[in-house]
Design a protein around this ligand. Structure first.
Ligand SMILES: Nc1ncnc2c1ncn2[C@@H]1O[C@H](COP(=O)(O)OP(=O)(O)OP(=O)(O)O)[C@@H](O)[C@H]1O
Length: 208
């Protein structure tokens, strides 16, 4: 079951800001895959996501996204919306979440968040809702930078649960230092080293 064209293909990508900070790196992500990136601080993992999201500079190599694939990018510091009387449910509807997803498939932890004003949620609650809205709205290519930061154990467990839902339709690329989380959710893990990306063994993701 492989796509004719992967959702995302990086070929010898060198990316950075005023100067390159990562690369050359190559990878492919297909629908149904959850790919984890981990490695030491400052090796350019977030920059790689930003380059895919077009907020970092590409010095050489290429980034090919499947035409029409909808991208959602959770940055390390999620942008909060200004104060306004909008509930979580209204946010998800505005993002294009399908009604059946809103009514049936949300984990218990999310139900109370749907009723609350989003400008009154805590940082972690907002982050979880933001990720759920990207998934429920059917983003094809989801980039998550340190998604377990700010989450307590219950919300971290909810994140693991929602990432497992309807996984076949999308590809997810996750940067995290939370290795246990990556092992739980990822089908493939890559370690970022000075020499490039190295395939890392994953014990739990294989059978998902
Ligand atoms: N906006 C920016 N402008 C210039 N340099 C930057 C910018 N953001 C990050 N850098 C530099 O790029 C390098 C890689 O940073 P990046 O945040 O991509 O690494 P990382 O692997 O995600 O690190 P961490 O694990 O600490 O989050 C670092 O040297 C950092 O100082």
């Amino acid at each position: 079951m492989s796509d004719p064209q992967p959702l995302l293909r990086l070929d010898a990508l060198v990316a950075g800001y005023t100067r390159p900070v990562i690369g050359p790196v190559s990878l492919q992500l297909t629908r149904g895959e959850v790919l984890g990136l981990w490695g030491p601080n400052g090796t350019g993992k977030s920059t790689l996501l930003k380059a895919v999201g077009r907020s970092a500079r590409v010095f050489s190599g290429s980034i090919e996204r499947q035409p029409g694939a909808v991208l959602a990018h959770l940055d390390q510091q999620p942008v909060r919306l200004p104060a306004m009387p909008v509930t979580g449910r209204e946010l998800l509807r505005a993002a294009g979440a399908r009604p059946e997803v809103l009514e049936t498939t949300q984990p218990d932890t999310l139900a109370p968040l749907l009723k609350r004003r989003i400008d009154r949620l805590s940082g972690g609650q907002y982050q979880l809702l933001w990720i759920w809205s990207a998934l429920a709205a059917g983003a094809d290519l989801v980039l998550l930078d340190e998604p377990t930061n700010n989450l307590d154990p219950a919300n971290r467990a909810a994140l693991i649960e929602i990432l497992a839902l309807e996984r076949d339709g999308r590809g997810v690329l996750i940067v995290s230092h939370d290795h246990d989380f990556l092992e739980r959710v990822c089908s493939r893990l890559l370690e970022v080293r000075d020499t490039g990306l190295v395939e890392a063994p994953t014990t739990r993701g294989q059978d998902r």
